[in-house]
Design a protein around this ligand. Structure first.
Ligand code: IMP
Length: 431
């Protein structure tokens, strides 16, 4: 029994959903610790499709407890709609199966409105946010003007919180963004209503997780977004508003760092990015287009086409260091099948020097020219391969080159979207 953190090593959308789904089978508890409904993964069960943005996918398993930690920002309307959709899907969510931290912050209507209004005003230099109010909600958390889940359970406190904050929000909305104000009474009614519906699920996530760990139960911490969208260590300001790194599994759920056994980094066999920001190995050519089509690279939250490019090992090596990764899980290797040659960036040339990681300044990253290692591609369909040694030689060489540059073993190689289309090399729960 062990505790395992799963994080993305790139800019999100690494295929965490499938790996989390596989590992969930081995876990008793699955916890989210950051982000909100800017994330999303599509799950196919019995031929039916469901997209989850907030609830860990463990919710589809009858015997798992799912937890939404204090580090997550919760849009209660979205969460309740998700629970309804799960019910229609045939998955009832009893309060014993889902615990929402009382300390988690709530995305309010003014957060969504401000997120969109700001992006619209930006023009050039847009972050390309998902427009879900994530950033403004985290801002209020840090400014100590936020609304937390437990505030929704008490009318007097919620009224006081809203009175304190709405003056300023409405001033911004009406005078700066020339929009209608948010009405206090209507917001109070709506959010107290959400509070009543969510009350049975509200609990102490930290206490539940620590208890589970002391009973030697298995816990999976499910990261959202990816390493380079981290608000501190990512390509700032083209980042999300939370710490996406493995270390935040602890702060975002109330578990101490000594309790984490294994950290898995998910690495897609190529690179994608949605929204703005630098991307040294981006391909604006037919190969990029082919990767987008074959890989189905369209956002599950916003439907936006993802920008696609070659695998960038500078990005991955930074992720190894920043997260203290123990193993890598490679996803979507099959998408590269059929390309005559495959490339991976092993360094950058920038302003006359050679770099092996991303520099802090955006304009310098934009001047980075990838140094590529070029390998032979493979033609053979690999979706039926279940053993590493049965992969075509060229596919094996590609993975071995990654391993040599990054210096980490693989735990999982995914060769197709299905659960069974997987080469399992090391079970992270056997730490
Ligand atoms: P926000 O998280 O909505 O504030 O968006 C900030 C940046 O993070 C934008 O570039 C988004 O496209 C990106 N982003 C947020 N969530 C995800 C995700 O789950 N996958 C990939 N990119 C994301």
């Amino acid at each position: 029994m062990a505790t395992v953190v799963v994080v993305g090593t790139q800019w999100g959308d690494e295929g965490k959903g499938k790996v989390v789904d596989l590992l969930t089978a081995r876990a008793d508890y699955v916890a989210r610790f950051q982000g909100g409904n800017n994330a999303g993964h599509t799950l196919v069960v019995g031929g039916k499709k469901i997209i989850l943005h907030l609830t860990p996918s463990g919710i589809l398993h009858p015997d798992k407890v799912c937890l939404i930690g204090n580090g997550v920002v919760v849009d209660p309307k979205v969460l309740l709609e998700e629970l309804d959709r799960l019910r229609d899907f045939g998955v009832g969510v009893a309060p014993e199966k889902l615990v929402i931290s009382a300390y988690a912050h709530v995305i309010m209507p003014y957060h969504r409105r401000l997120d969109l209004a700001r992006e619209n005003r930006k023009g050039h230099g847009k972050i390309g946010t998902t427009g879900r109010g994530i950033g403004p909600c985290y801002e209020d958390k840090v400014a100590r003007t936020g609304v937390r889940i437990h505030h929704l359970l008490d009318e007097t406190t919620l009224r006081r919180r809203l009175e304190a904050v709405l003056d300023e929000k409405n001033f911004l909305l009406t005078h700066y963004y020339r929009q209608d104000p948010v009405d206090l009474e209507a917001t109070l009614d709506e959010y107290l209503g959400y509070g009543r519906l969510l009350a049975p699920y509200v609990g102490d996530v930290s206490a539940r997780l620590n208890q589970a760990i002391s009973e030697r139960r298995s816990v999976l911490f499910e990261g959202a977004q990816g390493t380079h969208l981290d608000v501190d260590h990512g390509t700032y300001p083209f980042v999300t508003s939370s710490n996406t790194l493995a270390g935040n599994a602890c702060c975002g759920s109330g578990v101490g760092p000594t309790k984490i056994d294994h950290v898995v980094g998910i690495m897609k066999a190529y690179t994608t990015r949605v929204g703005g920001g630098p991307f040294p190995t981006e391909l604006s050519d037919p190969i990029g287009e082919r990767i987008r089509t074959c890989g189905g690279e369209f956002g599950s939250t916003t439907g936006r086409p993802r920008r696609c490019g070659w695998l960038d090992l500078c990005v991955v090596k930074d992720a190894v260091r920043l997260n203290g990764l123990a193993t890598l899980a490679v996803t979507k290797l099959d998408v590269l099948t059929g390309l005559p040659v495959v490339r991976m960036a092993v360094g950058y040339r920038c302003d006359g020097t050679v770099l092996d990681g991303l520099p802090p300044e955006i304009d310098r990253i934009e001047r980075c020219q990838p140094i590529y290692e070029e390998l032979q591609g493979w033609e053979e369909d690999i979706r039926n391969v279940r053993r590493f040694d049965d992969l075509p030689t060229a596919a094996r060489r590609y993975l071995e080159a990654v391993q040599d540059h990054v210096g980490l073993p693989f735990s999982i190689v995914s060769v197709g979207p299905g659960r069974e289309e997987t080469i399992m090399l090391k079970d992270p729960f056997d730490s």
